[in-house]
Design a protein around this ligand. Sequence first.
Ligand SMILES: [Zn+2]
Length: 224
Amino acid sequence: MTTTEHDGRAGQERETGMRMAREREQLCEIGRRMVETGLVLGTSGNISVRQGDLVAVTPGGVALDRLTPADCPVLDLSGNVVEGGRKPSSEVPMHLAIYETTGTSAIVHTHSEYAVVVSATMSELPPIHYNTLLLGGTVRVAPYATYGTPELAENVRQALSGRQAALMQSHGAVAVGSGLEQAFEGARLLEWLCAVYVRAKLIGEPRVLTEEELVAVIERAARG
Ligand SMILES: [Zn+2]
């Protein structure tokens, strides 16, 4: 298969086959569900999925519930577009930095409300509910840097170390997974945990689970 670059949808219509066709369909499906579940308003989020040396990503400037598979460009791991006419999301450097250093296969990035609230006020989200363990434990907040920059990509990559999700200071959230469904569920769980924390804080000081209590949960889960 040769690498082709086209400049518009006309080129794609001539294609008999589409690279990463199933994954691009999935991006559209998860994009719709992100808008439906309130994780994303319009264009304020982006998602990607990796298959081998290729990454399919949502384009910039298109509402996530209005995407078609052809709208979603396919990139190589250096960020070169190998298929698709639309410009990739501005947050591609972050997606590629995460793929470069983790075995993850899918990334969901949102500006979901409670994640932004927590990211703007705290340096980490402590475990006040045991489901925090599904994200790997205490969720770190990556220090602020301008969107789309290598600096932000590096900060997020570090915050994700050993975790399935991270918050991005005064910006939003990112969740990773072995597939888009898992990354999407991680983003929803993180938003729920942030909402629970914020609401708990309104009526008192939330009690953080102890190391011992968290270990007991891990042991209980291991027993099935
Ligand atoms: Zn963003």
